[in-house]
Design a protein around this ligand. Structure first.
Ligand SMILES: *Cc1c(COP(=O)(O)O)cnc(C)c1O
Length: 384
């Protein structure tokens, strides 16, 4: 059956992004591709094999269910790391499969040790530190007790990482806060070094930190948004623009295109209202085309009378309100439009483009939000 819209994921764009990130971090640092939020809307099952084709062997998820999907999609025994939620009841399965996970509280640490003992193996843990994000992480005051438990249980723990997360490295307004976090992390690391507690990898950087704070790169970077072809913010791009190579001023390429097709067309007389209510009155005799995507598909209602799509290489506006399953667009000035014609919601056609950013500006969503709100049931396909 035909779907109302579909999403294409570009392999060649992905390859370019990974190349750029590799150049940025150099040969000593490993990349972990962050695939939370269904790989930022791209589909875990699409991204994992594509990343592995580009040499990636490490993935980060938010939750245990995502981690299992990565584990199943991996064809190269890649390492999987859970940065957020898991229930203690899931630990058996995770430890057995060798999936590593953040530990930011004593309860999870003790549960992990108990499971590892029971299974006669080691739990792979990343110790998360509170450095100033104030969400999750062990406090400075916890260090003695934490250090003692780790030392006493090395038979049941593989200390995979010592990590933290920055509170907004993508904006210069957080500069002082991030600097303090770096300082706090170093203080923790020094303390563990002094206790001779060694971790396999020291890792703190997300995309923005990787691009803006070189010293945060360490042994492994956890890169999400940049791998999908977006600068974390416009500000990040501006900051880095001068330092990008002359022949590659636009190194991050969008992978995603979102496409639909015209469902029907209709003539509307001047003075008639289009769609629900009275938000749009035809200022002239018009032809409108209906496109079967709406807020139920992640096309925000904020885009009512604001959004734009591409048809026949021409950018045309949304007229009237976005409904659950459709939008109307003004195609009066297009030469020939008919049912079935391709409609680009995100992507290019001819020499025109609707970027995720432009789309986000009118709906006040950040890239991250827009991407992850794309429903899982829109079919995705990988294209060259
Ligand atoms: C989401 C996330 C990342 C990746 O962030 P990007 O800005 O997409 O690169 C890294 N680390 C943690 C802990 C995260 O939650």
């Amino acid at each position: 059956m035909q779907h109302t819209s579909y999403i294409e994921i570009s392999k060649s764009a992905y390859q370019k992004n990974i190349e750029f990130i590799k150049e940025e971090i150099g040969p000593k640092t490993q990349i972990s591709i962050v695939v939370k939020g269904n790989a930022y809307g791209h589909g875990i099952e699409n991204i994992v094999p594509m990343a592995e084709e580009n040499g990636i062997r490490h993935f980060s998820t938010f939750s245990a269910d995502e981690a299992l999907r990565v584990y199943q999609a991996s064809q190269h025994q890649s390492q999987v790391m859970i940065m957020g939620m898991l229930a203690n009841e899931d630990l058996d399965q995770l430890v057995e499969k060798g999936i590593s996970f953040y530990v930011f509280e004593f309860d999870r640490l003790e549960a992990a040790i108990a499971v590892a003992k029971k299974l006669n193996t080691k739990a792979k843990v990343h110790i998360e530190l509170e450095t100033g994000f104030h969400r999750t992480g062990f406090e400075w005051e916890d260090r003695e007790w934490l250090g003692q438990i780790l030392t006493e249980n090395l038979a049941h723990l593989e200390l995979k990482g010592l990590c933290t997360h920055y509170a907004g490295a993508e904006s210069i307004s957080n500069y002082v806060r991030v600097r303090n976090q770096i300082k706090n992390y170093k203080k923790f690391k020094k303390w563990f070094d002094a206790q001779k507690i060694k971790f396999e990898k020291y890792h703190t950087a997300c995309s923005a930190a990787t691009l803006l704070y070189p010293e945060t790169k360490m042994d492994l970077v956890r890169v999400g948004i940049a791998s999908y072809g977006f600068w974390p913010t416009q500000e990040t791009y501006m900051y880095r623009f001068q330092s990008l190579p002359e022949n590659n001023k636009n190194p991050l390429k969008r992978l995603i295109s979102w496409k639909s097709s015209i469902m029907n067309t209709k003539a509307v007389k001047m003075g008639e209202f289009i769609g629900y209510g009275s938000s749009y009155m035809a200022p002239r005799d018009m032809t409108i085309a209906l496109v079967p995507i709406g807020y139920g598909h992640g096309y925000s209602r904020m885009l009512s009378n604001q959004g734009k799509v591409l048809i026949s290489g021409i950018i045309v506006p949304v007229v009237g309100t976005v409904t659950m399953n459709s939008i109307a667009v003004d195609v009066t000035d297009l030469e020939k439009v008919q049912k079935g014609d391709e409609v680009i919601i995100i992507g290019s056609q001819g020499d025109k483009e609707i970027s995720v950013a432009s789309f986000g500006e009118s709906s006040q969503q950040v890239n991250y939000e827009l991407l992850t709100r794309l429903p899982q049931d829109i079919p995705r396909r990988v294209v060259e």
